[in-house]
Each structure stands twice: as structure tokens, then as C-alpha cells.
Design a binder for this molecule. Structure first.
Ligand code: URP
Ligand code: ZN
Ligand code: ZN
Length: 506
């Protein structure tokens, strides 16, 4: 555990750290997804009050000089698994440690997946709400759907109308654990649509994977490489295409999580080109790593790289970067689902027992800046869009989040484009004893993070308070649902009346 500088206040208290509630950020380049300009940003009581040049303030205000630096909305990570019992093991990061790392890396909000408890969404929600009480930054929830009956249907309604959840994830993989079939998927898509909730899919063909896994074991391939070999990109492409087509059949928007391959990305591109509302989310690991990790001779390194869908051959990473740069894919997540090397070693004799998942919540903002902006692929406003604004829009909390505008929450980062970062398990703030990005370095360093109007990361020091993060309710019917009803009406009116047939006379 390496969270340093944590305020020693009791859980549940949100005051105690020294940060001022009035902050002026002077002279930086303020970047929004739509515009960038040199301006000052004045913050009071957790809210951005003013964004304009030359703001003058009194002595009671903390002033931060951002000259030559970028002032941007804090990152929003749309895809995390904190404090989650995932099939064979509990993730090493809880809400506090995962979010502490996030803040040190410039992310100020995450949306975490809730897994139902024994199929109950209500019990799952309550369990995660309890675990999230240690949060040190704002967070929201997605909910997974792992079975189908009337109770689940009713609970989906409760989640959306009373609990602030506006997205549901369907796993097309993890057979005999979380996987659902096409019948359930279609019902789920319909229910989501009626509630204005966004369906999300883990798109891999779980039946084919189960077959391929047996084949690997028969061949004596029991190491982590068997995981990659049994989950080829074609199975990700197939499931992505299937989910997208079923979403077209139902006429609902759909969100494909952790797009790892060219195969899946091209299905998304094709559907978007045809006018379908499909959102594609690559993750940090898929953008900057390749499958050499899982083929490493060291079990620890190979197991550290093991996730689903697998990190692909070199070439997929660059293609995903290109798709992100050109708007084929819309936003970057992490799928932060971190386990330490002892947990990963549960699968030392059988890759099927290695807990699936990699880290990224702390590293995403640096890696994306370096890979996408520093390399010249995208501009700073595009960076803000893919790391923050688009997520806020999709999950319907824009412009409260995802913008540096008067009235928005004061979740702000200051990034120095001239400073460098280097990633290592020895210095990260999350809990695992390994880091899948070990040794990666680059340009662009988050020097200051402000979350909820408080400076929580400055001068390489974290000041985070358990219990200071708030649950952010995510309202249904985001912009992705605008006009969907018109398409439905057009479809219905095209059906006409049933054909009148004469009975054959005998
Ligand atoms: N991706 C992964 O390997 N672990 C997290 C769970 C999921 O998103 O499928
Ligand atoms: Zn998944
Ligand atoms: Zn995930």
C-alpha cells in the first residue's frame, strides 16, 4: 500500500485536509472539448464560479500559477471494477485505494460496475453503496445483468427510477459465471430502451471460448498464453457484430466496452457509418500494450497481462489509436480490475483460474496524453473529449462534469506538457504489487488535481479523505436516445394492417 499523505481523519468526514475552498488557477490554457483559451479559473465551495482572463481575488484565496500548462476537466473513467469479487478473487483495490491512485493520475470520477448478489440487483446495489462509503472522489454505478426473470425486470426499473443507474452491462462471455444468451440479451435491450438506460456489452463469444479452452488444456497449454490463444479476435468481432445487430433489431443505442481488436472496431465503424448509435470504448491497456506480455516466459508478467478480451498482437493498438483519433471510437476507459501477483498465481497450473484484469485507473490520463496528443494524433480539446466530456455526455451528467465552465463541479487538472512521467509499481498509489505498464514513460504530467473544489494532488503529494467522494446519480435518456421514438414510429407505420386471408374451402 503506497497511498502517501492521506489525511488521518475518520471515515465519513470530508473536512480536515488543508486545502482552501477558494482557489484561483492563473494564466493556464483552459481546455474544453469545444474550445481552448488562456484564462483564469476561479473556484469556490466545490463549484467553478468564473472562467475569464485576469480575475482578481482577495488574500483568502489559494492561487495556483498554471502559466504554460493546460487546465482541463478531471478525467472520468467510465469502466472500473473496484472492491469487486470477480469470479475467483476479490480485486485488490477498494474504492479508496483505487480512487487515490486515480486522483494522482488526473482522474476525478469513475463509474464502477455493480455485480448483482445471487441475481439480486437491489442486494448488489446495497453492497456496493456500502463499499463505496470510503470514496475519496465522485463516482457513479453501472449494473450488470446476469439472469432474467420478472424480479430482475422490476429491479431494473427501480435502479433507473430510484437509484441513479442509467446503464446495464451484459456479458456475452464468462460461460457458467456471468454469461447470458441471446434471448436474455434481446429482452435486456428492450427493457433498457424502455427505461432510457444504455445497454453495455462485453462482446466475446463465450460458448466458442469454452470450447477453445478445453482444446488448449488437451494440448497441454496451461499457461497464460492459453488464455490469449483461446480468445482470438474473431470471437470478439463475432460477438460485437451480434450485439450491434441485435441492438439495431431493437432500435436502441448500445455501448461496447473494452474494444480490444481491429475486428470489433471495424464492426463498430460499419454500424456507425450506417447511422446506428454505437459507442465504442477502448481501454488504456489496449491502446498502448500488445500480446508480448502474455507470452512472456515469466508467469508473473504473463499473468499480470491477462485480461478479457485479451491484449492483442501489435498493430491492433495502433489501429485503435487511429479509430479513437478519427471518432470511430468515442472515449477511453481502463477496465481497472487489479489483482496482485499472489492472486494471479491462483492460475499457475491452469490459465482458466488466473483472475482476469489489469490496472489503469491511475495511468490512463498520462498514457492517453502521451500516445494521442504528444504524438500529434489529436489536439488537447480532443483529449478532453475522449477522457472526460464524452463520458459525461453519454452518462448524462454534462456539463456538471466534463467541462471547465461556470457552474460545473470543480474537478480540474493542471497538466504540464513539458514534464515527464514514468510508471512503476514501486511508485504508483494503487495497491497491486505489479503494474502492467511498468517502465512506460512519456511527456505530459498531471501536476495538480482538484476534486470537489479541493486540491488533492500537488507537488507529488496526495491529500485524500475517505468519505469525501459523492455518489453521482446518472439520469436516464441521455442524448443517445433523442429521436429513437421517431424511428420506432416510422417502423410501426410501415407495418400496415395484418394481411386478410380467406380460409381454403373444403
Ligand atoms: N476485463 C477483465 O479481464 N476483467 C474485468 C471484468 C470485465 O470487464 O470483463
Ligand atoms: Zn468485460
Ligand atoms: Zn470490465
Amino acid at each position: 500500500e503506497q497511498v502517501s499523505g492521506v489525511c488521518s481523519v475518520a471515515y465519513g468526514e470530508s473536512e480536515g485536509c488543508s486545502s482552501s475552498s477558494k482557489i484561483l488557477i492563473k494564466g493556464g490554457t483552459v481546455v474544453n472539448a469545444h474550445h481552448q483559451e488562456v484564462a483564469d479559473v476561479y473556484v469556490e465551495d466545490g463549484i467553478i464560479v468564473s472562467v475569464q482572463p485576469n480575475i482578481n481575488v482577495g488574500d483568502d484565496v489559494k492561487v495556483i500559477d498554471a502559466t504554460g500548462k493546460y487546465v482541463m476537466p478531471g478525467g472520468i473513467d467510465p469502466h472500473t471494477h473496484l472492491a469487486t469479487e470477480f469470479i475467483v478473487s476479490e480485486t485488490v483495490d477498494d474504492f479508496f485505494s483505487g480512487q487515490a491512485g486515480a486522483l494522482a493520475g488526473g482522474t476525478t470520477m469513475n463509474i464502477n460496475f455493480v455485480l448483482p448478489v445471487d441475481g439480486s440487483l437491489t442486494a448488489g446495489f446495497e453492497e456496493f453503496a456500502e463499499k463505496a462509503k470510503t470514496s475519496c472522489m465522485d463516482y457513479g454505478f453501472h449494473m450488470a445483468i446476469t439472469k432474467w426473470d420478472e424480479t430482475v425486470e422490476k429491479e431494473m426499473e427501480i435502479m433507473v427510477k430510484e437509484k441513479g443507474i442509467n446503464s446495464f452491462k451484459f456479458f456475452l462471455a464468462y460461460k457458467e459465471a456471468l454469461m447470458i444468451n441471446d434471448e436474455l440479451l434481446v429482452r435486456g435491450l428492450k427493457k433498457c430502451k424502455s427505461l432510457g438506460a444504455l445497454p453495455m456489452v462485453h462482446a466475446e463469444n463465450g460458448d466458442a471460448i469454452a470450447e477453445a479452452q478445453l482444446e488448449m488444456i488437451d494440448l497441454g497449454i496451461t499457461g497464460p498464453e492459453g488464455h490469449a490463444l483461446s480468445r482470438p479476435a474473431v470471437l470478439e468481432g463475432e460477438a460485437t457484430a451480434r450485439a450491434i445487430r441485435l441492438a439495431a433489431f431493437v432500435n436502441t443505442p448500445i455501448y461496447v466496452v473494452h474494444v480490444m481488436s481491429i475486428d470489433a472496431m471495424e464492426e463498430i465503424a460499419k454500424a456507425r457509418k450506417a447511422g446506428q448509435r454505437v459507442i465504442g470504448e477502448p481501454i488504456a491497456a489496449g491502446l498502448v500494450l500488445n500480446e508480448s506480455g502474455i507470452f512472456d516466459p515469466s508467469f508473473t508478467v504473463a499473468a499480470m497481462n491477462l485480461m478479457s478480451p485479451p491484449i492483442r498482437k501489435a498493430g491492433h493498438d495502433k489501429a485503435l489509436q487511429g479509430a479513437l483519433a478519427t471518432g470511430v471510437l468515442q472515449l477511453v476507459g481502463t477496465d481497472h480490475c487489479s489483482f496482485n501477483s499472489t492472486q494471479k498465481a491462483l492460475g499457475i497450473d491452469d490459465f482458466r483460474m488466473v483472475p482476469n484484469g489489469v490496472n489503469g485507473i491511475e495511468e490512463r490520463m498520462h498514457l492517453v496524453w502521451n500516445t494521442m496528443v504528444e504524438s500529434g494524433l489529436i489536439t488537447p480539446p480532443d483529449y478532453v473529449r475522449i477522457t472526460s466530456t464524452e463520458c459525461a455526455k453519454i452518462f448524462n451528467i454534462y456539463p456538471r462534469k466534463g467541462a471547465i465552465l461556470a457552474g460545473s463541479d470543480a474537478d480540474i487538472i493542471i497538466l504540464n506538457p513539458k514534464a515527464s512521467f514514468e510508471i512503476s509499481a514501486a511508485t504508483h498509489h494503487t495497491k497491486s504489487d505489479t503494474n502492467v505498464f511498468e517502465g512506460q514513460r512519456g511527456k505530459g504530467k498531471v501536476e495538480v488535481t482538484i476534486a470537489g473544489g479541493k486540491v488533492v494532488w500537488e507537488g507529488g503529494e496526495l491529500k485524500v479523505v475517505p468519505g469525501s467522494g459523492r455518489y453521482i446519480e446518472l439520469p436516464p435518456f441521455s442524448y443517445l436516445f433523442d429521436g429513437i421514438d421517431k424511428l420506432d414510429a416510422k417502423y410501426k407505420s410501415s407495418l400496415g394492417a395484418p394481411v386478410q386471408r380467406f380460409k381454403a374451402s373444403t
